[in-house]
Design a protein around this ligand. Structure first.
Ligand code: ASP
Ligand code: MG
Length: 420
């Protein structure tokens, strides 16, 4: 069994769906399961529908939803420009279900409503893909990931119940006929509510299925040639990393290389399942192979995060930063759902660098002010270099003021302010 994952960019229009079918036909051999994300920017658009719905603005929610619906209808129309015409009836049933949900003014929590609405993007995209594959003669079995991936009820960040999930996935795979087409990103609580696994969670879903089915490999099809040593958005000269260890892949993903979701690697590493990152635009190219090997990278990799805020906390009573203070601080960050990108302490202050998210940081600062004097510095960049040397540090620091530097054996993190 092999697992393929197709992200939103790969199926953003009818050509993308056709290209997916071609990749499945030309690249795969043996049993195949494909995990597909919502098409294009659908998840963002459905987040807007959710916001309107939760703010009791039904007209606004409905009109935003109509835009999403029309986008998918246009794709289906284009895919139907062929004979035989794909059977898209399940998609229209999903449209109606969501429209009924939007009409009933849900009174659940925001995060719960979010998952019920946003998950529909994945349902629709996979129904379209499965119908299209079947119409082209590639036998496809549509599998509902909500019936397979069991989570707790942490909406928007569901924690997977591996035992139930593995059992359900294995049962489904035994009886499925043809290529299995399923959704990334979504699961279900024991009492039947849909959950999501966190934004960009489809890579993680691919790893869950691969783990439960003891797959031979996972391939993530991307719009880049593979894992690069830097984001071409920030760097002119990037190098394709042909081979990576799981360890390096985890480190790069954890520090913010967006090419793979950080949770993806561990389940694969535990079962020694190779992960490939390949280009859906150039499917004949090998891309990057991530597996168990001894190969340390011989060039540095760079990860940039912009819009960072450096927050320093000083206890009012000049007490030392020790376990009791630290546990209170971590508790506050966890409650606010803010992930710490870097931290450093001195005897009487504790500094963290986090994404400056306007939905979360002001409230967190207010809360922290109850126990600590706060100073902060925003508009910063966090640069992580894996396999650094002094020359690479100097190079990224040109025209920047260095505020904080943290080195370990292979990785350096620099918090800088752009002076340009
Ligand atoms: N559609 C979801 C998102 O955009 C999940 C994914 O694409 O991985 O976050
Ligand atoms: Mg994606």
């Amino acid at each position: 069994m092999n697992v393929y994952k197709f992200g939103g960019a790969s199926v953003k229009n009818a050509d993308g769906v056709r290209n997916l079918a071609k990749i499945v036909q030309t690249q795969a051999n043996g049993d195949l399961l494909i995990v597909v994300s919502a098409m294009g920017k659908t998840t963002n658009a459905l987040e807007e529908v959710t916001r309107a719905c939760h703010q009791q603005q039904p007209a606004e929610a409905y009109s935003r939803w109509q835009t999403v619906r029309q986008y998918h209808e246009a794709i289906m129309n284009e895919l139907s420009d062929q004979s035989p015409v794909p059977a898209f009836a399940p998609v229209f049933a999903t449209f109606s279900q969501l429209e009924r949900y939007l009409q009933q003014t849900p009174d659940e929590s925001y995060d719960c409503v979010y998952d019920q609405i946003v998950s529909v993007g994945e349902i629709i995209s996979t129904q379209i893909v499965a119908a299209y594959l079947n119409s082209t003669g590639i036998r496809a079995h549509w599998a509902d990931a909500r019936q397979l991936v069991r989570t707790d009820n942490t909406f928007r960040e569901g924690k997977v119940d591996w035992d139930v999930t593995c059992r359900q996935i294995q049962q489904m795979a035994q009886s499925a006929d043809g290529i299995i087409v399923t959704q990334g990103f979504i699961g279900q609580t024991p009492d039947g509510y849909t959950t999501t696994l966190g934004r960009e969670g489809s890579d993680y879903t691919a790893a869950i299925f691969a783990f439960c089915l003891n797959a031979d490999s996972v391939t993530i099809w991307k719009d880049v040639p593979g894992v690069l040593n830097a984001d071409p958005k920030w760097f002119d000269e990037t190098v394709l990393l042909e081979r990576l260890t799981y360890q390096d892949a985890i480190e790069l993903a954890y520090y913010g290389a967006t090419v793979i979701h950080p949770k993806t690697i561990k389940p694969l590493q535990n079962k020694d399942i190779a992960l490939y990152v390949r280009s859906f635009l150039q499917p004949q190219q090998p891309g990057t192979e991530i597996c168990n090997n001894e190969h340390h990278l011989d060039i540095p990799s760079f990860i940039f995060k912009i819009n960072q805020i450096l927050i320093s906390l000083h206890p009012y009573d000049f007490s030392f930063i020790a376990e009791d203070n630290l546990s209170r601080i971590f508790g506050r960050f966890a409650e606010a759902g803010v992930k710490i990108n870097l931290m450093q302490n001195t005897a009487i202050s504790f500094s963290v660098v986090v994404d400056n998210n306007p939905d979360k940081i002001p409230a967190l600062l207010e809360r922290l002010k109850q126990d600590f004097r706060i100073t902060y510095n925003d508009g910063l960049e966090l640069i992580t270099i894996r396999y650094y040397n002094q020359r690479t540090i100097d190079r990224v620091c040109i025209n920047k003021k260095l505020l904080l530097e943290q080195k370990s054996r292979y990785t350096v993190q620099l918090v800088v302010k752009d002076l340009g």
